[in-house]
Design a protein around this ligand. Structure first.
Ligand code: 3H9
Length: 698
């Protein structure tokens, strides 16, 4: 008898119930249990219909992702689902929580589906670089139509119960208790003599509309450079149209198995677990986390407002403090405006807007922060100002409150030294716009208490972000690595590349945005000011970030001034070339004696990427990051590094560490050698043949 699947009775209805916490993943014991219970239900003549449901917080959330590295153990999904579907009594899947991937594929093997109002169904496999492999690509187009099905596979976005009903994915939404509703539904099927309704029996007709749709999807997939799985999804759906069901299932198996072998899939599956692993800090017990039920933010600028919205979006009351009433009023108005834009875009409702606004209180009085569980300072990067604020917080905040700084460059230990409670001080580095970006760097000093780190990790989760621990070193993980990457990009402008060539090369690689376009968007002066503030750390090199400096000197700060590395029309973010900037860079190159030449896309990509990888290895070597996978999470969740390439550390392994070392050694010969010293860790791993992606300081 299976321990994770059981058969119960409710009159003439058989209830097959899965209990496989935490998310009822359809692992081998579940498949085995399903097979046994469905066989028992088939053999029991007193059972006239079957309801399939799950205990716990969700219906099956998918196949067990941890099982994908080996061939699926018996019983595999295809024959199991074929047997379930063939049952000669009607079967009803009762869905709650998230029926995803293999979970919804299980439901599709049932003849009918009902769901709780809060249930969500979908196919997130694309985010793991997998083509659904449990019959989904063959059954879903038959149930929901080719267009709906392919859109679900390619977007990976789940739909809610209402949408699922409208698309024909489910037959009814339960009112009241799901189990009772599903049993009543099954009884009705029996009473009305409605027997099995099998997806496999539906034939799909190829129409000109379907052909045009598929063509358009193929065109789009071909534009996703470096990705292969979207095209494979389309292949699988075409099989559903062109082949009889059984043959289609065979084809799906081939395609899904092949998808698992792709680098894209290995990269994305590793990131899934990497994001879960960031929360594990040696010596820190997650259960020790100090409770955080209320927050305070100091500074109502872009950052502070975004952080306040993150809190409100997560249902946490927050006080936003600024220097005076006028400044506070301006910030609160700006937040309302931002929410109103979300309402217009249909992302939230008016009620949702008001609910969030009720959670955000403005104040110009530190006394209003006295009871907050966590206070985050988000003023501009000035050590003296930050220390003044922390001294005030030390006097005002209740004992045990977490005092956090959103600094991106300053020494958190020095900030903490302004208080008598450095154990309560931590860096919480949000990324702009803070209510959207997923990354939260959690910066520990030597003094930061374990329960503060545990609470910070928990806060990241509550705010639906991914928290990554960083040591208290300049630039932490992300910006530290960004420094040499940007340096190379800017240097190449002096050597003869245009901003467009640089950004195109990086975007072709898969970066969400080229670095120069990023500078224009964030403000070219942002990095410039940081460099001015930390002049003591800069190399002796007149070409170092010279292009940015020249733009700032001319007041060309990027999108906000309409001109930077590119030119922008008023109200538009479209990049136009800036010929004057190109002339300026050429003249400066002449002045500095830098030889101008044509740079290839390959060279641009390799110089930026090698600089990033080498610095990432140094970050690991110095213990600033706990694990290589943390570095990859930082880059994929905060810096637009393509997930299908797995992050810079994983990507380095796919190129080969010997090759990366050879490229860096090559650059040391032809470029400024002070920048191109291979990290000792990288050199050592290249020699030993061990992967960089597995490195950890645990
Ligand atoms: C698939 O189905 C392919 C098929 O076509 C078949 C091919 C043959 N496997 O996120 P949480 C763990 S692909 C293994 O913190 P939440 C997770 O690691 C799959 N483990 O909870 C964590 O463990 P720990 C398609 C899984 O409430 C714990 O469960 N499905 C899986 O915030 C709790 O997770 C997906 O991609 C899994 N499938 O969110 C769904 N799922 O506590 C992926 C979760 O040790 N999962 N775990 O760190 C999710 O999106 C969310 O976990 C979910 C719950 C929404 C379900």
């Amino acid at each position: 008898m299976s321990e994770v699947v059981r058969l119960e009775r409710s009159g003439r209805i058989g209830l097959v119930i899965i209990d496989n916490p935490p998310v009822n993943a359809i692992s081998r014991p579940v498949r085995q249990g399903l097979l046994e219970c469905f066989r028992k239900a088939a053999a029991d003549r007193s059972i006239e219909a079957v309801v399939l449901l799950c205990d716990g917080r969700t219906f099956i959330a998918g196949a067990d992702i941890a099982e994908f590295d080996a061939p699926m153990a018996q019983p595999t999904c295809h024959p199991l689902f074929a047997e379930m579907e063939a049952l000669d009594k009607p079967t009803v899947a009762a869905l709650h929580g998230t029926a995803l991937g293999g979970g919804f594929e299980t439901a599709l093997a049932c003849h009918y589906r009902v769901a709780n109002p809060g249930a969500r169904v979908g196919f997130p496999e694309i985010n793991l670089g997998i083509v659904p492999g449990a019959g989904g690509t063959q059954r879903l187009p038959r149930v929901a139509g080719v267009q709906n099905a392919l859109q679900m596979f390619l977007s990976g976005r789940p739909v809610d119960a209402e949408q699922a009903l409208a698309m024909g994915l489910i037959d009814a939404i339960a009112d009241g208790d799901l189990r009772a509703f599903a049993v009543a539904y099954a009884n009705r099927l029996v009473d009305e003599g409605r027997g099995p309704r099998r997806a496999c029996d539906v034939a799909i007709e190829r129409t000109p509309e379907i052909d045009a749709f598929l063509q358009e999807q193929r065109r789009r997939a071909s534009r996703m450079r470096g990705r292969v799985v979207p095209g494979m999804d389309i292949d699988a759906v075409e099989a559903a149209i062109d082949l009889p069901f059984g043959k289609g299932i065979e084809r799906e198996q081939e395609i899904s198995d092949a998808s698992l072998e792709t680098t894209e899939s290995r990269a994305m599956r590793r990131l899934f677990f990497a994001e879960k692993a960031t929360g594990r800090i040696p010596g820190v017990d997650p259960a020790s986390a100090r409770p955080l039920a209320s927050g305070g933010i100091i500074g109502g600028g872009t950052m502070g407002r975004g952080i306040a919205m993150s809190f409100a979006n997560a249902g946490i009351p927050v006080t936003l403090l600024d220097v005076d009433r006028a400044a506070v009023g301006k910030s609160i108005d700006a937040i309302r405006g931002e929410y109103q834009r979300s309402v217009k875009k249909g992302r939230i409702t008016e009620d949702g807007l008001e609910a969030c606004m009720r959670l955000i209180k403005g104040s110009d009085d530190y006394a209003d922060l006295a009871e907050a569980d966590v206070v985050i300072e988000a003023v501009f990067e000035n050590m003296a100002l930050k220390k003044k604020i922390f001294a005030k917080l030390d006097k005002t905040c209740k004992p045990g409150a977490i005092l956090a700084s959103n600094t991106s460059t300053l020494d958190v230990a020095e900030i903490a030294s302004a208080t008598k409670r450095p154990a309560d001080v931590v860096g919480l580095h949000f990324f702009s716009p803070a209510h959207i970006m997923r990354l939260l760097e959690i910066v520990r000093t030597d003094a930061t208490a374990g329960d503060v780190l545990a609470a910070s990790m928990q806060l990241a989760k509550t705010l639906r972000k991914v928290g990554v621990l960083s040591g208290n070193a300049y630039g932490f993980i992300g910006n530290r690595m960004m420094d040499p990457y940007g340096r190379e990009a800017e240097r190449m402008l002096l050597e003869g590349a245009t901003p467009r060539q640089v950004d195109d090369a990086l975007e072709s690689f898969g970066m969400a945005m080229g670095i120069l376009a990023v500078y224009d968007m964030a403000g070219v002066d942002v990095g410039y000011k940081v460099r001015e503030e930390r002049k003591d750390l800069l190399p002796d090199d007149p070409s170092f970030y010279r292009s940015s400096s020249m733009l700032v000197e001319r007041g060309w700060l990027g999108q906000k001034t309409g001109v930077g590395f590119y030119r922008y029309e008023a109200g538009s973010r479209e990049r136009h070339d800036n010929p004057e900037a190109l002339e300026m860079f050429a003249a400066e190159a002449k002045r500095l004696g830098i030889k101008r030449r044509d740079l290839t896309q390959d060279e641009i990509e390799q110089r930026c990427l090698c600089a990033l990888i080498n610095e990432g290895a140094k970050v690991l070597e110095e213990g600033v990051a706990l694990r290589a996978s943390d570095v990859d999470v930082v880059y994929t969740s905060g810096y637009g590094f393509p997930r299908h390439r797995g992050g810079p550390m994983f990507y380095a392994d796919t190129v080969g560490l010997k090759e990366i070392c050879a490229r860096i050694d090559g650059f040391a010969k032809t470029l400024d050698p002070q920048y191109w010293q291979v990290s000792a860790l990288l050199r050592e791993l290249a020699a030993s043949g061990k992967p960089l992606a597995d490195c950890a300081n645990e």
